[in-house]
Design a protein around this ligand. Structure first.
Ligand code: P6P
Length: 324
């Protein structure tokens, strides 16, 4: 008998099971709507750009904005979320009228990897849930809580299958959408990242800009220095590249560069993925510190992300440290 997402959350989430069930059921519902819109986007004029640029200075895709609104509406409908941080919103969205009942702050990237949309590539929705703090001015504080303060995190991967991967703070489980209007059913229970793998995932067009040690690390993997052979895989979508790493092991790297601390956004890309990786037995670092330990200084802070099997991540850190 398949276990539904709601049954899983109610069985695992402890004292907050009812509240987290409400929030996660809404997020899953938003994922169902986004999956359906992605599938028909080319037929209903939803591909391409809006002509705007977001706070990141990136061109905004129609589906970025549409999906952002779907998730905002879903979280607002819970009555339990009063602050939202999104890649598509310059400032945190605060629903003051929800403050009396709100329990949670949600950081999310509505469509991660949106450069893949027009070429039908894999994209995903990434989310992290934290408890709100007290006080009238809690918004600014809550929007920059560290990744380690998350109580739940996950992503919805829109691929051949629509898969919701979730941790409630202990284990990592995956739920596959049974039918377009169906339930998310647990398809992978207790996912564990292998201690090492056979793939590395990095955009090596940036190699000349990487901080010292990264190129040497990848050369070490390529040359058989670990005693294992590796192959390169890169989807250009964090959700797609991380999901492979979670299932098969290996390493994903979006390293710091000599002129940049990193590209990926901490609050709604790196931190949820790092939280998941750690709970599946993996590791996630900037190359210098654990991603979940970083105390953010801004909502859209960018960081480096090196995430995956403990053997490869630890080795990458050693190569970087040796050339610091
Ligand atoms: P690049 C997508 O824009 C994203 O934020 C992540 O999903 C992905 O890992 C990365 O950027 C890809 O960046 O520079 O290789 O296109």
């Amino acid at each position: 008998m398949s276990v539904t997402l709601a049954e899983h959350v109610r069985a695992v989430a402890g004292a907050e099971a009812t509240e987290l069930d409400v929030v996660l059921t809404r997020i899953a519902g938003a994922g169902r709507l986004i999956a359906r819109e992605l599938a028909r986007a080319a037929l209903v004029g939803q591909l391409g750009m809006t002509g705007d640029t977001n706070v990141q200075g990136e061109p905004v895709k129609k589906l970025d904005l549409w999906s952002n609104q779907v998730i905002v509406d879903a979280l607002a409908a819970t009555g339990l979320v009063c602050t939202m941080v999104s890649e598509e919103m310059a400032e945190p969205l605060h629903l003051a009228d929800r403050c009396a009942t709100a329990r949670y702050v949600v950081c999310f990237d509505p469509v991660d990897g949106s450069s893949n949309l027009d070429v039908n590539g894999v994209v995903g929705t990434i989310f992290g849930i934290r408890r709100r703090t007290a006080g009238a001015e809690h918004v600014a504080v809550d929007a920059i809580q560290p990744g380690g303060a998350q109580i739940a995190a996950g992503y919805i991967m829109y691929g051949p299958a629509t898969v919701l991967v979730l941790t409630l703070g202990k284990d990592v489980d995956a739920f596959t959408l049974g039918a377009p209007d169906g339930e998310f059913l647990r398809s992978h229970a207790g996912l564990r990242m292998p201690p090492h793998g056979h793939t590395y995932s990095a955009n090596d067009a940036n190699a000349t800009h990487w901080v010292p040690g990264v190129r040497e690390f990848l050369d070490h993997l390529r040359s058989g220095g670990t005693g294992r052979t590796y192959t390169a895989r890169y989807a250009g979508s964090l959700v797609g590249d991380f999901h492979r790493t979670l299932i098969e092991g290996g390493i994903f790297l979006y390293p710091a560069e000599t002129t940049s601390a990193g590209k990926l956004r901490l609050q709604y890309e790196a931190a949820p993925v790092a939280f998941l990786a750690e709970r599946a037995g993996g590791r996630a670092t900037t190359g210098r510190e654990a991603v979940t330990a970083i105390r953010p200084t801004s909502y859209h802070q960018r960081v480096a992300l090196i995430v995956g099997s403990p053997d490869e991540v630890t080795l990458a850190e050693a190569f970087i440290a040796a050339r610091r």
